[in-house]
Design a protein around this ligand. Structure first.
Ligand SMILES: Cc1cc2nc3c(=O)[nH]c(=O)nc-3n(C[C@H](O)[C@H](O)[C@H](O)COP(=O)(O)OP(=O)(O)OC[C@H]3O[C@@H](n4cnc5c(N)ncnc54)[C@H](O)[C@@H]3O)c2cc1C
Length: 402
């Protein structure tokens, strides 16, 4: 009888883990992906959605078809209950699925409690999920009809600073193109202790470079900021300052999915799965977690808490590591791949509308030997090309490609 692996989540981590498992074990493994989304979404392009630069079709594809073509079953339902002792997962319809190994690639949900007033139904847009990004597109259109000051920010505990910067510079670019740059005050408010910290402790010359980018675009910046709430047309900071705006976009902190955090002893207090460097759960050796769902320790203390950016490249690396380690366990061996999150190379592009910065470092977390930021229009061109390449690669299931 073949080994049964259930993978929860069908995006970066889930798709890669499922296909890598098939590559490792072929017919000896029966892989099923469970997900409420039957489309793979290239999240890095959500920053362009509010400006009408991308439709949902542009940045997504039918993941169930890709999985089917590679012999992976797909259950188009959210998981609602995980029992790691009985080794079963219940889905929305009430169906129960048993497993020998479970891979959690369930990503995040927005933490909308820490700073009330962000996201759908709130007063500040966000762009971190598909519905939020399309709601932000409506808000941007309304803003253009009646423009005023703009605030872009990232709350305490946020980790996705790259997206906040990308959105900031894309907004500056769009304001310029709309002839509004001289009329609109644009402010960036961040929990980071200094510009260019990015939640990874900064990189050489990063603070100067981000300082130059913000000055060039006439952007006011407030670092070390904790937010209190977003009210109608104003952002209240914990130190009592208030920033008025006609439109705001704020990146919140993330939490793990409730179905994962409900499992006894599985997660940290933010709902992320505590893992070894094999990506096995500390408590349940047959449960793995990859990507945003896996917990990462923040290796420093800052005046205002900042999270760690769990980006696409480490997610893929973790998914490959989990697949190889499950294959080893199936063969009766010890898990073979030990790869701490902090030791995975950093490879990212910060888009700035018609410009940008390529970010390269030998490790996600310091101490590092090498780290470099390469600014210039080639970064924008690289991000455009990378989007097309990544969607092509993922749609065809070529997860072995870089
Ligand atoms: C706005 C934005 C911009 C970004 N830009 C970049 C960038 O430029 N470069 C970069 O490297 N990274 C970027 N990232 C980070 C990147 O998107 C993540 O690293 C990546 O999405 C992590 O993949 P994941 O599979 O862990 O989680 P996700 O992509 O969040 O996928 C989670 C999956 O879990 C599924 N799921 C949710 N709940 C359940 C449930 N109950 N049961 C089963 N399945 C469930 C979802 O449907 C989804 O398929 C960005 C992120 C955001 C939000």
């Amino acid at each position: 009888m073949s080994t049964k692996v259930l993978v929860l989540g069908s995006n970066f981590g889930g798709l890669t883990a499922a296909l890598a498992l098939k590559d490792e074990l072929g017919p000896d493994v029966d892989v099923t992906v469970v997900s409420p989304s039957d489309r793979f979404v290239f999240t890095p392009s959500l920053i362009w959605v509010p400006f009408g630069k991308r439709t949902f079709e542009d940045i997504s594809f039918r993941v169930d078809r890709t999985l089917d073509a590679h012999g992976v079953h797909f259950v188009h339902e959210a998981a609602t209950h995980i029992d790691p002792t009985a080794q079963t997962v219940v889905t929305e319809s009430g169906a129960s699925h048993d497993y020998d190994y479970l891979v959690l690639a369930t990503g995040f949900r927005n933490d909308l409690d820490t700073v009330p007033g962000i996201g759908l139904g709130g007063h500040a847009s966000t762009i971190t999920t598909v519905p939020d990004a399309f709601a932000a597109a409506r808000d941007w259109t309304r803003f253009l009809e009646d423009p005023g000051d703009v605030v872009i920010g990232a709350t305490q505990g946020a980790g996705c600073f790259g997206a906040a910067y990308e959105f900031l510079f894309n907004t500056a670019y769009r304001l310029k193109r709309a002839g509004l740059d001289k009329k609109v005050k644009l402010t960036y408010v961040t929990a980071e202790p200094f510009l260019g910290h990015f939640g990874i402790g900064g990189l050489p010359h990063g603070e100067q470079l981000l300082g130059m980018f913000t000055r060039m675009n006439g952007i006011e910046t407030i670092t070390n900021a904790a937010m209190e709430s977003v009210d109608e047309r104003s952002l209240r900071l914990s130190d009592g300052r208030t920033l008025d705006f006609a439109w705001a976009m704020v990146v919140p902190a993330f939490r793990g999915q409730d179905v994962v955090s409900a499992v006894d002893g599985l997660t940290d207090d933010r709902g992320f799965v505590a893992v070894h460097d094999t990506y096995q759960s500390l408590k349940y050796p047959h449960v793995y977690a990859v990507g945003v769902a896996a917990a990462v320790d923040v290796p420093w203390t800052t005046a205002v808490p900042v999270g760690v950016p769990k980006t696409g490249f480490p997610t893929e690396q973790q998914a490959h590591a989990a697949a190889r380690n499950i294959a080893a366990q199936v063969r009766g061996e010890e898990p073979v791949v030990h790869k701490a999150f902090g030791d995975i190379p950093a490879l990212c592009v910060m888009d700035a509308g018609n410009n940008g910065v390529i970010i390269l470092a030998d490790k996600m977390m310091p101490p590092r030997k090498h780290g470099v930021l390469i600014p210039g229009p080639q970064a924008h061109a690289f991000k455009l090309a990378f989007e097309k390449y990544f969607l092509w690669k993922s749609k065809h299931g070529y997860v072995g490609l870089p």
